[in-house]
Ligand binder design. Structure first.
Ligand SMILES: *Cc1c(COP(=O)(O)O)cnc(C)c1O
Length: 494
């Protein structure tokens, strides 16, 4: 299996793609073609546990890793770090809907599924490539990636990790999770800007010649833990494959029977993994792309025009407050039939004018598989209250956006096909908004008392990783202007 780039053609194997993160021309690595599972393989997988399924999916893409290496990576990532060793369980929430719960890991958001595994994949890749260099993981985060990457990479040998988050764009709990992170190889910094500023800054640093030289002199090289890294995507394909196997196993679906996938979307990584799962044979009918008020993707799916020149909103689903969805570039590459010059032209337009329009052929393909919908915070809160009252099911603000989009889709199309809804975070990470959705009672000022209040209100337990933050010392207090991100890196790596 070889990988090419979205903006020009490459011929690299997975270890190289994972170690570098981004292609040299700023494009993203994508598989040259997609491996597919046969009906027999799906049948075999229904009796496997999560680790075995993961190993099988990985083995199709990481053909340059040995079976032992893959087993070592997968077991290191998933054995012991998730509740009940169940990384991605399903919950029946009625009306032919299942929640795919992706928040049972150490940082209580779906990013753990990929970021518990990525350090293993990356350090194994570095060993295979034999560069002898230390990997510097650069992360721009809208809140959840930062902590999940820190938890994955803290004190991992031969790696350093630097995380940038938007000062006013993350929840209190997310901020606390990051600023208390221990580890000799970690640096965390707020920036005076939003997520797009952080992401653009990181992308620019990646391709900056001077920075590259600075790193070379220190025997280091950059890599990425953002979903631009293909190593983030493969583990995400796994949970869609695994969910399909679970649905086959419990008789909800017959082999080959289609279902719809609903994903609360920001950077387009999670939903793209579902698209890749379909390429491998998972029978997805529609991809329902759910956005908050930053609805650039809803407009894109409806019109074919991607236009980031619009007001940026800070919402109660901060991990989706994004105007430039990086992984959409991989989707364009797929829609363009692998025509990298076409993708490069769109990306140049996006960079220069903040806007591009795909051609009619690509739009038709996109619309045949995708449905886009968005909602505001108030509608999200209603969804939280409704599902709690109806089913005694607690969901977070991001998952609520997906619930609302799934509902809109049903109303608009009349399609009652089973919906698999990606539940991306624990409600406790966004306790204030969730509490306000559920009750008018006065909220305590203290962050931890809020967690207790939500627990009492709902009869659910505060996740240990959040409860345990209490009393942890704040270790990272720096905040820089977005122009000074490179300078922060030099100071901290020097
Ligand atoms: C990151 C994140 C999202 C968005 O996922 P993308 O892969 O960026 O589209 C949604 N919800 C939560 C809770 C997240 O952390």
């Amino acid at each position: 299996m070889f990988f090419t780039g979205t903006r020009s053609n490459y011929n690299v194997q997975s270890a190289f793609a994972i170690a570098s993160g981004l292609a040299a021309d700023g494009g993203l690595f994508v598989p040259q073609d997609f491996p597919a599972f046969s009906a027999d393989e799906f049948a075999e997988m229904t009796d496997m546990d999560y680790c075995q399924r993961a190993a099988l999916v990985l083995s199709k893409y990481l053909t340059d890793y040995t079976a032992d290496e893959i087993k070592y990576c997968v077991e290191g990532a998933y054995k012991g770090s998730f509740d009940n060793d169940q990384p991605a369980p399903l919950a029946d929430i009625g009306k032919n809907r299942r929640m795919l719960e992706l928040w049972h890991g150490p940082t209580c958001a779906f990013k753990d599924l990929a970021l518990q595994l990525l350090p293993y994949l990356l350090t194994t890749a570095l060993k295979k490539l034999g560069t002898g260099k230390e990997a510097v993981i650069l992360v721009a985060t809208s809140g959840d990636t930062g902590k999940a990457a820190l938890a994955g990479f803290a004190d991992v040998k031969d790696t350093r990790i630097v995380v940038f988050y938007p000062r006013d764009g993350v929840s209190d709990m997310q901020k606390l999770q990051m600023t208390t992170q221990k580890g000799k190889n970690v640096s965390v910094c707020a920036i005076a800007g939003n997520f797009d500023d952080a992401q653009n800054g990181v992308k620019a640093i990646f391709t900056d010649g001077e920075m590259k030289e600075f790193l070379n002199r220190s025997n280091m090289e950059f890599s990425s833990a953002n979903s631009i890294n293909f190593g983030r995507l493969v583990p995400q394909i796994v949970y869609y494959v695994s969910a399909y196997c679970d649905l086959l196993k419990d008789g909800t679906l017959k082999p080959g029977e289609q279902f719809n996938v609903v994903v609360p979307t920001g950077n387009f990584g999670n939903i793209l993994a579902a698209v890749y799962a379909k390429q491998m044979g998972v029978p997805v009918k529609k991809f329902i792309c759910a956005s908050n008020k930053n609805n650039v993707l809803t407009d894109f799916i409806r019109t074919g025009v991607y236009d980031r020149n619009r007001k940026f909103f800070t919402t109660e689903s901060p991990s989706m407050d994004i105007l430039i969805s990086s992984n959409l570039e991989r989707m364009l590459h797929l829609l363009a039939g692998g025509d990298s010059s076409k993708v490069a032209a769109y990306m140049a337009e996006l960079k220069n004018n903040g806007r591009y329009e795909i051609d009619a052929d690509m739009l038709a393909k996109l619309q045949s598989e995708f449905y886009g919908s968005f909602c505001d915070d108030e509608t999200g809160r209603k969804a939280i209250k409704e599902i709690f009252e109806e089913r005694n099911y607690l969901c977070d603000t991001h998952t609520a956006v997906a619930l609302a989009a799934g509902e809109n889709y049903r109303k608009e199309t009349g399609d009652d096909t089973l919906q698999l809804i990606a539940s991306t975070a624990s409600a406790y990470k966004f306790a204030p908004a969730v509490i306000q959705a559920l009750t008018d009672e006065e909220m305590p000022a203290d962050d931890f008392e809020k967690l207790t209040m939500l627990s009492k209100l709902t009869g659910t337990t505060v996740p240990a990783p959040l409860a345990n933050l209490k009393g942890d010392e704040i270790l990272h207090r720096e905040c820089v202007e977005k122009e000074n991100m490179a300078d922060f890196i030099r100071r901290h790596l020097g």
